[in-house]
Design a protein around this ligand. Structure first.
Ligand code: 57M
Length: 359
């Protein structure tokens, strides 16, 4: 909105020329989202506490979690609010990718909200059924994939990290592929969200990495120099990633150990979908498995644990899945697990950056 209101005045007030620049808008979009979360956080925490939207803690979980009972949850509503407001303020609203990514983010937020609402407010212990949740996620992901696929000049080629000459064209299959990336990322972030700041930390890191990828993919000269797929209009996703990272930081202020608020499914599902959609739009789809490698590790730990459990009739690989519970049960204090997982996330994001050169 600011871009549309102020940039046209640059002939009269030359300083307004800065609104043209993606870098400038990305920085201020991050700040805006951060400040909204930071200043509204205490009010949201008070309101959620008053509404008694307090976390129910599972009996079978690590003992240390029982002290967390009653922590306000559904803080994801605040994160989504700050992302949407900041995106509307700082992006070029004629860019259709902006609307597609907002649709995915808010839509997945809606699914998470329904689940949280049933559990926290209606006090139904299970929330949405797994079947309904998955069906809604699939419909929305396919819709998002179709909209991206139909975008002018969008290519159905998939970027394979480290291999610049291999880029298979999936045709209509790209829609399915895009949906898979979005669903997988959304659920992986959700599984990781089990310790204070554990999901939001790596999420901030991954969003920052995609801020760079989006800028590069949307800049014809840099994309050409680095020989990566140029996507017309994807530079605007850098501004959106700025809002993700900024909102994430603002939320982390309150979600850091010992957390004053959890994000709930409304947060984890929507943030994962936002990241997955950005990866698709910027054509760095497969690279997300490395950028968000921590989410992948957590998910694989569940897949292996459940698979092994079934095949061996009740034996386990880890003390408990997802992996963070394993280390908790080994006796690592919660902050140690969290910070070490963040370190892994930073290392993986740095490694992913090297794919810009190594190909
Ligand atoms: C949600 N949710 C947290 C909070 C957060 C298939 C199976 C592995 C699924 C998995 C699962 O349900 N994962 C998804 C994980 C919950 O947090 C809420 O949920 C939102 C995210 N959706 O925002 O509202 C608890 O996590 C803790 N928490 C924090 N700080 C935070 O900032 O401490 C969350 C955010 C909160 C709080 O305690 O209550 C969760 O863990 O439930 N299931 C599991 O993770 C379960 N694992 C399991 O059953 N493993 C089995 C195998 C065979 C799969 C095993 O290894 O034996 C564990 N979850 C819990 N207890 N809580 C089991 C024990």
């Amino acid at each position: 909105m600011l871009y549309h209101l102020l940039y046209p005045l640059h002939n009269t007030i030359s300083a307004f020329n800065v609104f043209r620049y993606i870098t400038f808008r990305t920085i201020y979009a991050s700040f805006t989202a951060f400040l909204i979360c930071f200043f509204m956080g205490p009010w949201v925490i008070r309101r959620l506490s008053r509404l008694q939207v307090g976390q129910y803690i599972r009996e079978d979980g690590p003992q240390t979690h029982h002290t967390k009972a009653g922590t306000p949850t559904m803080g994801g509503m605040l994160i989504i609010f700050s992302i949407v407001v900041s995106t509307l303020l700082w992006t070029n609203l004629t860019n259709h990718y902006v609307w597609i990514v907002l649709l995915a983010t808010v839509g997945y937020g809606g699914i998470g909200f329904a689940d949280d609402y049933l559990m926290q407010i209606k006090k139904q212990s299970k929330g949405l059924s797994v079947r309904n949740k998955f069906m809604l996620q699939t419909i929305l992901a396919l819709a998002t994939g179709t909209l991206v696929y139909m975008s002018p000049d969008f290519s159905a080629r998939v970027t394979i990290p480290f291999l610049k000459k291999v880029s298979p064209d999936l045709g209509y299959g790209y829609i399915l592929f895009a949906a898979l990336v979005i669903i997988a990322t959304s659920n992986a972030v959700n599984l990781t969200d089990g310790l204070d700041g554990l999901a939001i930390g790596p999420f901030i890191i991954a969003s920052t990495a995609y801020m760079v990828f989006a800028y590069v993919a949307g800049h014809i000269k840099i994309a050409d120099y680095l020989q990566i797929n140029y996507v017309v209009g994807s530079g605007e996703m850098a501004v959106f990633c700025g809002t993700l990272a900024g909102a994430g930081l603002g939320f982390l202020w309150f979600n850091t150990y010992p957390a004053q608020i959890f994000m709930g499914d409304v947060g984890s599902l929507s943030l994962g979908a936002a990241l997955g959609t950005v990866a698709v739009i910027t054509k760095q789809e497969i690279l997300l498995a490395l950028v968000g490698g921590l989410f992948v590790i957590e998910t694989l730990s569940v897949i292996f644990q459940v698979g092994f459990f079934k095949v061996t009739n009740g034996r386990r690989i880890f003390r408990m899945a997802p992996l963070h519970h394993h280390f908790e049960l080994k006796g690592w204090p919660e902050p140690k697990v969290i910070v070490r997982f963040w370190i892994i996330a930073i290392a993986l994001a740095l490694l992913s950056m090297s794919t810009l050169k190594l190909r």
